[in-house]
Write a protein that binds this ligand. Sequence first.
Ligand code: SAM
Length: 295
Amino acid sequence: MRTTLQHTISTNSKRVTATQNEIKAFYDEATEDYSFWSHDLNMHFGYFSLGKTNPLRRDTMLNEMNAQVLKRLQLTSLKQMVADLGCGMGGTMRYFLNRHSSLSMIGVTLSDFQIVEGNKLLKKYPAVIIKEDFRNTSIQSNSVCGAIAMESFCHAGHSYSSLKEAYRILQPGKRFVMADAFLKKNPDQLCLGSRYSYRNLCKKWSLEGLGTISEVEKNLKQIGFSKVIIEDISLRAAPSVLHVPFAIPLFLIKKILKGESIKTQSWNNLKASFYALISGLHLRSFGYYIITAEK
Ligand SMILES: C[S@@+](CC[C@H](N)C(=O)[O-])C[C@H]1O[C@@H](n2cnc3c(N)ncnc32)[C@H](O)[C@@H]1O
């Protein structure tokens, strides 16, 4: 049978399923690449703020994203615990801990590499990274003063169960803040180009899929969250997304010049980053948001 591009895209428009093993394999192998993306090991995009961040210095924007999330948590100066659901190397955790002396943190991830290396970097802080699924953690109900999910719930399609777990662990009156890319329409309403880049982005980054923003808002409210604030910050994230075509290929070229081999997941990371860039250009289909919700 002849396979046309249209055929490939429509056949592939079904939901991608990222298994835990795929996610773990991706991060166990590709986390090292992020040291090139961010000195502070932030594994997310940035927030451009005129006068505060330098668009040529990526880490200023990545750390500003941490600052924006921290601000929205509205933490007090009392002793408190915050959970990072899908914490990577703990870059955001260290950012928060450096600014709040009364804070302790717990981060969850699926990657053993991140647990070993991330915990080394957290040694001097009251914080730990544990291996758990953010949809079903051992964190006590009503126990944390804040919960965040930065570019992590996309691995579970921003599912109801992930949002519900964030709600369960939060103390009443406390906040959950999410920073991530979302769809502006249902996957089956995407144009051909968006659908193609979306499908490949999910495959290469082991994402279950991006939630549709209206659906995520509805789910948050249904779960019981109040004061749900949805902010489209696509234009603020854009300057850091534009670093992708330079940062990751440069990293791989340096490796090749040093005679080092390139791991499969590094290639996947490179390809996914380009699909993220292409998706980002489809402003009517995709957006980057900060969502704040109160229990
Ligand atoms: C792109 S990284 C973001 C890391 C971090 N939030 C940051 O911004 O630097 C995604 C993280 O989500 C974690 N993750 C994905 N699915 C998960 C799951 N079901 N349970 C726990 N962690 C998960 C990965 O292990 C990884 O640490």
